[in-house]
Design a protein around this ligand. Structure first.
Ligand code: OFO
Length: 172
């Protein structure tokens, strides 16, 4: 059985994952409208992953005798200015998510809930990969800057940038 404090903290994380999914969906839509199909595909995929992160938490909370609450979400931005700015936001957002996962892990230890601590290790590992991926993409887009040809090639290749290739670019 989850403690009330941990149940609330997990519910907050459910909301964060759902909002992340919305943020990336909005980025996908903006990129699609700008004509960058590859970037849009990358962001649609990322949005789906965040929904999966959210669902995994929903199931866990309910399984442990809590109640996963589905709430209203903060509306994401709909314009992102430039691709560079958009990928900066993606990276910063992932750092924010990592911090909230770490806080959650800390609460598990304080509540002595080792089952939830164990469950959350999947998220801890996932965040290392997501940060590495976001950093790799941001580094590439920073190199390209405003170069249209570079952006065209980036758009063509971005979906091939996987968690595995990012890990090779950013050895720990
Ligand atoms: Fe990209 O963050 Fe979920 O966990």
């Amino acid at each position: 059985m989850l403690s009330k404090r941990l149940e609330e903290a997990l519910n907050k994380q459910i909301q964060i994952e759902a909002e992340s999914s919305q943020v990336y969906l909005s980025m996908a839509s903006w990129a699609e409208v700008q004509g960058l199909e590859g970037v849009a595909g990358f962001m649609y995929g990322h949005s789906d992953e965040e929904r999966m992160h959210m669902l995994k938490l929903v199931k866990y909370v309910n399984e442990r005798g809590g109640h996963a609450k589905i709430t209203t979400l903060k509306a994401p931005k709909i314009e992102f200015g430039s691709f560079q700015k958009m990928f900066e936001e993606l990276y910063e957002h992932e750092i924010f998510v990592s911090k909230s996962i770490n806080d959650l892990v800390h609460i598990c230890l304080e509540e002595k809930d080792y089952a939830t601590h164990n469950f959350l290790q999947w998220y801890v590992a996932e965040q290392i990969e997501e940060e590495a991926l976001a950093r790799t993409v941001l580094d590439k887009i920073n190199l390209i800057g405003d170069d249209k040809g570079g952006l065209y090639l980036f758009d063509r290749d971005v979906q091939q940038i996987t968690v595995e290739s990012a890990a090779m670019d950013n050895p720990q």
